[in-house]
Write a protein that binds this ligand. Structure first.
Ligand code: GLP
Length: 239
């Protein structure tokens, strides 16, 4: 695990956007794995700036998002589809049909999860996966537990995740209790991974992650120690 500590959130976001833009320049058909949450917002803003300055072209880029709440459709402002359109996709030249986000409204989530993983495989797999981290160590919505899903599937959200994410909803009761998420296996298949962490609230979990000497499903991000191309970009507040 390579670790880069930046002096602040802005620098973390710029560093991440520089890497994404460089990888797109190397491979215009790149497949990106993308996260939601507060952490990557600055990176998306920087990528939009680069696009506006003609420094990056998203015409052939394909994206797969990590997760979506069960029960929220793409028109719901709290859905991750809405977030991605509003925060990023609507501001760059990526064809909408190249952007994929798990569908939180499907009737058959198991079959759907398999199909989502198959779609990723058909594109050649994820070249660059960007991740955030939950305060409990989750990546995507893979919550600490005795076992973690390998492929994309439906998971129950933990109380701590529901509490953390309630800041985006009118009330905690509005936070969905389930989500559909790429599994640890889907994430680990990415060729290159960047994990972003920012702010005091991530300090404790980042300290655990970077200093752990074993991997455990109770700290899902620890599985990333088994991947051979992971770069952590974190700001000083999270360090
Ligand atoms: C959600 C998402 C994760 C994200 C996490 C942290 O639970 N499913 O992918 O990493 O939130 O979010 P934030 O960046 O807002 O701290």
């Amino acid at each position: 695990m390579k670790v880069i500590v930046t002096k602040n959130y802005e620098d973390m976001s710029k560093k991440a956007a520089d890497i994404v833009a460089e990888e797109i320049k190397k491979n215009k058909n790149i497949v990106l794995g993308l996260p939601t949450g507060g952490t990557p917002k600055g990176m998306y803003k920087e990528l939009i700036n680069k696009y506006n300055k003609n420094e990056v072209d998203f015409s052939y880029v394909k994206t797969f998002n990590l997760d979506e709440y069960v029960g929220l459709d793409g028109n719901n402002p709290n859905s991750y589809r809405y977030f991605m359109n509003e925060t990023f996709f609507d501001h760059v030249n990526i064809p909408k049909e190249n952007t994929h986000i798990p569908d939180g409204m499907v009737k058959d989530p198991d079959g759907y999860g398999k199909m989502y993983d198959e779609m990723i495989k058909q594109t050649g797999g994820i070249d660059l996966q960007i991740l955030g981290i939950g305060t409990n160590g989750h990546i995507a919505f893979n919550e600490p537990d005795e076992a973690l899903g390998i492929g994309t599937s439906v998971v129950e959200l933990t109380k701590s995740t529901i509490e953390s994410n309630s800041r985006f909803f009118d009330s905690i009761d509005d936070v969905p209790k389930k989500a559909i998420t790429m599994g640890i296996g889907s994430i680990m298949k990415a060729k290159k991974i960047i994990l972003l962490a920012s702010g005091e609230s991530k300090k404790e979990i980042m300290n655990k992650l970077l200093n752990t000497t074993s991997v455990t499903t109770y700290l899902p991000a620890s599985l990333l120690h088994l991947h051979n191309d992971v770069t952590v970009i974190m700001d000083e507040d999270a360090n």
